[in-house]
Design a protein around this ligand. Structure first.
Ligand SMILES: [Zn+2]
Length: 81
């Protein structure tokens, strides 16, 4: 919080980011694990231990799984009227 990271310019970007912003604690500590063989995704935040698991299609990318996760997170937070 408030602490700036050391500036670092990386030219080579081989990998996709493996961690995403957590909707619960706001840290970049959400890991996405896709089990495509079994057809589900596991999401876990290493900072606050928020986690989720849901079925995904074979074509789902980690970022897609992350979007589903965030949608579900805010979905349950939404007050029922
Ligand atoms: Zn978190």
């Amino acid at each position: 919080m408030g602490r700036k990271r050391q500036k670092e310019v990386k030219i080579i970007r081989k990998r996709l980011p493996s961690h995403y912003l957590c909707p619960n604690c706001g840290k970049n500590t959400v890991g996405i694990i896709l089990h495509k063989d079994e057809g589900f995704a596991r999401i876990i935040c290493s900072a606050c231990a928020l986690k989720d698991q849901f079925p995904v299609k074979e074509s789902t990318d980690p970022v897609d799984a992350y979007c589903i996760f965030v949608d579900q997170y805010y979905g349950v937070e939404e007050p029922v009227t």
